[in-house]
Write a protein that binds this ligand. Sequence first.
Ligand SMILES: [Zn+2]
Length: 438
Amino acid sequence: MGKVHTRTIKLKLIVSTEDKNVAWKRIRQISNDAWRAANWIASGQLFNDQLVRRIYARRKINPREDSEAVEQIEKEFEAFFGTKRQATTEWDIKEAFPDLPPYVTNPLNHVVVASYKKEKPDMLSGNRSLRTYKRGMPIQTAKAAINFSKNETGQHFVKWTLGRKEFIDFEIYYGQDRANNRLTIDRIINGQIDYSAPMIQLKDKNLFLLLPVKEPEIAADLDPDIALGVDLGVATPAYMALSKGPARRAVGDKEDFLKVRLQMQSRKRRLQRSIKSAHGGKGRQKKLKALNQIGEKERQFARTYNHYISREIVNFAIRHNAGTIKLEMLEGFGQEEQQAFVLRNWSYFELQTFIEYKAKKVGIKILKIDPYRTSQTCSSCGHFEEGQRKDQSTFECKNCGEKLHADYNAALNIARSKKIVTKKEQCEYYLNRNQNTI
Ligand SMILES: [Zn+2]
């Protein structure tokens, strides 16, 4: 399958089993047992570790030096509890929560033990306490317990196997399906893509399936007639829309920059303060060097961030079979936006370069379009008039009354634009800019 990346999708489930009340009662009971069982597992694992540590201390064993003694204690542990350390808690919860199906207890134990192990060093050194699991946490289930199917009319169903003869059936409800999850499930049913460790979540009387989907990073069946329009902006770094269908997505957030910038600034201030109070010597030199490195770190952050955004854009295109990505012909920094501090940290040009590079690698074509009027034209009726983009986030058409997210409207116009250009001089946008028309 080549390189894959995992992304978790969220699907709304409607119980379709004949006796809905029985099904709901069972789901509630499992959901109610699962989080308590998770806490049981976590504290049981901690108990095991503390017990073994106590034995080390009692027998004066240094576990780092005496591997033979460690092995001996593990053997004694296994003989006493009848199982290895990891599995003790699985036995415990089967005992304590007999109604939890094994298709839940096994993966639950697996996942909780895994995150316990990751946090264990910090826990044993006293830097953090035991993780607690709360009511409403997603219910882990086994991959084999979830089966997808499709009927003649194209409806998608999920069968959740709880035991040898116990199942609950659901229909998947897609709603507007902006993420185009229907296509993803079709690909799973057709065996084109795979998934792992599914979870069922009961939240505010709604049921969801959380599904980590493994998608190939190489495009399978790109359609050059499907274009992905990308609007690059300040409030939202990138907003994507398809030329066909409702799929759309925003990537990134202005806040991401704010947060990092504030962090860097306070680090700078701290360093500057301590440099003032230091009296020369090696320490001072070190601090000066660290101060110089902060600028480099800021640039590094912007670069990493551009890599992230461009990767999300290309993955989105692949996921929706878009064979073309359309971008506005930009010259780097927009004049009116130059003031915005975000742009001091973030270069559109670098982002465009990254998108082009990543798209080319998977066979997606990049087209540049004339940015002329993309944000002031209605994507619904084509009407242009200034002032339709009311603010950073709303577009309202003065002709047909259509109200849309402003970035979405612009991204749609970009996706459908036929004004393909190869250089700035061909753009009405730049020719007209002197006359103050956007
Ligand atoms: Zn309109």
